[in-house]
Design a protein around this ligand. Structure first.
Ligand code: FAD
Ligand code: NAI
Length: 514
């Protein structure tokens, strides 16, 4: 008996050993392959030119799945990387370093089967009649050529949205947004600047209180996640290294509606509000910001008796997270298309993501209105669906070409037998063509909503079979982490994010200001 057990352990050990070696070899090959792209055939000018605007969730998931050899693909975006936005709030306090959630677009495009042209530029105007996109190099270094036009046969608009301010005075001048890497860096610096300035020699208690009042406007997931991360930063790091701010540092979340996270179920809203209370984050619901100055915001709150009170709330840091607005290029394009005149929130698209009133123009993500929430999940599914459709369109085109050749061959066939043989081939191809042409309209599958709420807790509304599971707490936080790790763009991103998590757990977050 002992001998048998010994043999069992020996085999288990061997198997573990072999799997570890195989796993390491697989990862090493993946890394080697990623760093050594193969030569790519140059774009074929006889093929249709497909221009893709943007390198965000929608555009990149399209490019990921697209068989680029079927088209001349041109990508235009001022951002030469893909940004994994769900982990951006963690970058504002240094839990994760921003480069860990960025994937250079060049790396990714170099692995496509055919070369894809990328121009680091902003599309400034789409001329639908002429079928050209005007582009401008907006980067600090400009060459002799910095503005030009790019003609297209097919166009995909995936330019996302910009930050909504609702025209409230002072927001753009004094508030900080949270959409791009630069925003996260600005917030990180501003937090440290406020803390260091608050401890400056001779600072009055009132001024110290103002500087250490961190106000977040907008109780959607961006505002909630940021407020949670900021309070974590204070609890785990700031109050240790700057004990003099311990009693004064305070986070307030301001929301115009009666509750935060309106898209989550009622019990999770209550759980979030309870957790924030325990973390000492103040939530000011039914409070609408009307004006912003460099030192305070003016907000109108509605009391329990329905009375409206206008008050001034001093702040040191103001983060503005009140949702999305149209980008100027989208607005301008909508003005050119009569069928878009009633659309307010973005480009109205049909169930095939075709921009209404246009031919061969599609829109994905936050700039499109397809009756779904403006989320990464929706944008990624739209991009992937569009890629499948383009691949099928190319296959259809190819089969139709082959059919034309076969018909000619059939006509010229010298005998009945030869004609019958060609006919059989034609029937086969026609069957394939029918199969390929069968692509249904885009249908979104909602996998659920997740949000981090601070102190190692998260909330999740997960779609399960035909129902919904709502959960909140530390276990959900581990689920949140594993879900986001699995969704990261590349293995490189996954490894870097995990290293950052371990680093900030062991050494704490960096409190230097750069
Ligand atoms: P984006 O990803 O914003 O990409 C737009 C692209 O267009 C960018 O590359 C930009 O540089 C480019 N561009 C802009 N202007 C031009 C122009 N004029 N010409 C050419 N290119 C242009 N959603 C979730 O589902 N889950 C989450 O956890 C989640 N977390 C989030 C956290 C934060 C902090 C934020 C801000 C958003 C989060 N979202 C989340 C929402 C999600 O990020 C967006 O819905 C998603 O990015 C939309 O994808 P998109 O491709 O439409 O736009
Ligand atoms: P949002 O649109 O979800 O929320 C903005 C909030 O700001 C609203 O609740 C609104 O009532 C409030 N608001 C507007 N004006 C105001 C004012 N003047 N004063 C006070 N409050 C005001 O915006 P958010 O959070 O930026 O998200 C944008 C999109 O990205 C959403 O679709 C969201 O679902 C998605 N997202 C998803 C995340 C997740 O799933 N974890 C994380 C972040 C964003």
């Amino acid at each position: 008996k002992p001998k048998k057990r010994f043999r069992f352990f020996r085999w288990t050990w061997r198997l573990t050993y072999i799997s570890a070696i195989a796993g390491a070899a697989y990862i090493s090959y993946g890394i080697w392959d990623m760093r050594n792209p193969e030569e790519q055939p140059q774009p074929d000018p006889s093929k249709k030119t497909l221009v893709v605007l943007g390198t965000g969730w929608g555009a990149v998931s399209l490019l990921k799945k697209l068989d680029c050899e079927n088209y001349n693909v041109i990508v235009v975006s001022p951002r030469n990387y893909f940004l994994f936005t769900p982990l951006l709030p963690s970058c504002t306090v240094g839990t994760i370093e921003h480069r860990s959630i960025m994937e250079p677009i060049r790396n990714f495009l170099r692995h496509k089967k055919a070369a894809v042209k990328y121009y680091e530029a902003e599309a400034t105007k789409i001329d639908y009649e002429k079928r050209v996109v005007y582009i401008n190099d907006e980067s600090p270094i400009k060459g002799d050529a910095s503005a030009t036009e790019v003609p297209f046969d097919m166009l995909v608009i995936g330019v996302g949205a910009e930050n909504a301010t609702f025209g409230i005075p002072g927001v753009r001048e004094h508030g900080l947004f949270l959409k791009e890497v630069g925003d996260a860096q600005r917030i990180r610096n501003r937090i440290m600047d406020c803390c260091e300035t608050a401890t400056f020699k001779g600072q009055s208690p009132d001024e110290m209180k103002r500087l250490l009042h961190m106000v977040v406007v907008g109780g959607g997931p961006t505002g909630v996640e940021f407020a949670g991360e900021l309070q974590d930063f204070f609890n785990s790091d700031l109050k240790k290294w700057l004990p003099e701010i311990k009693e004064t540092f305070h986070v307030t979340l301001v929301e115009a509606l009666p509750n935060v996270l309106p898209m989550f179920s009622k019990q999770l809203i209550e759980y979030t509000e309870k957790t924030f209370k325990e973390e000492t984050i103040t939530i000011r619901t039914k409070t609408m910001v009307k004006n912003v100055t460099d030192r305070y915001i003016e907000a109108e709150s509605t009391g329990p008796d329905g009375k409206k009170i206008l008050e001034k709330i001093p702040y040191g840091l103001l983060v503005w997270a009140t949702g999305n607005a149209l980008r100027p290029i989208v607005k301008d394009f909508m003005d050119q298309i009569p069928a878009q005149k009633d659309s307010r929130r973005g480009l109205a698209v049909n169930e095939y993501l075709v921009v209404k009133g246009c031919d061969n123009v599609w829109a994905v993500g936050d700039c499109a209105v397809a009756n779904y929430a403006p989320t990464a999940q929706v944008a990624a599914q739209e991009g992937a669906w569009l890629a499948r459709m383009f691949n099928q369109m190319a296959r259809t085109h190819q089969i139709e070409g082959e059919l034309a050749v076969l018909s000619e061959k059939q006509e010229k066939a010298p005998s009945k037998e030869a004609r019958d043989a060609v006919f059989a081939e034609i029937k086969d191809l026609q069957k394939r063509l029918r199969r390929v042409k069968q692509i249904g309209p885009f249908e979104y599958t909602h996998n659920g909503s997740l949000a981090y709420i601070g102190s190692e807790k998260a909330v999740a509304d997960i779609s399960w079979l035909s129902g919904n599971i709502a959960s909140g707490g530390t276990l959900t936080y581990f689920f949140w982490r594993s879900a986001y790790i699995s969704m990261c763009f590349s293995t490189r991103n996954r490894i870097l994010v995990c290293i950052d998590w371990v680093k900030s757990k062991i050494f704490g977050r960096d409190v230097s200001r750069v």
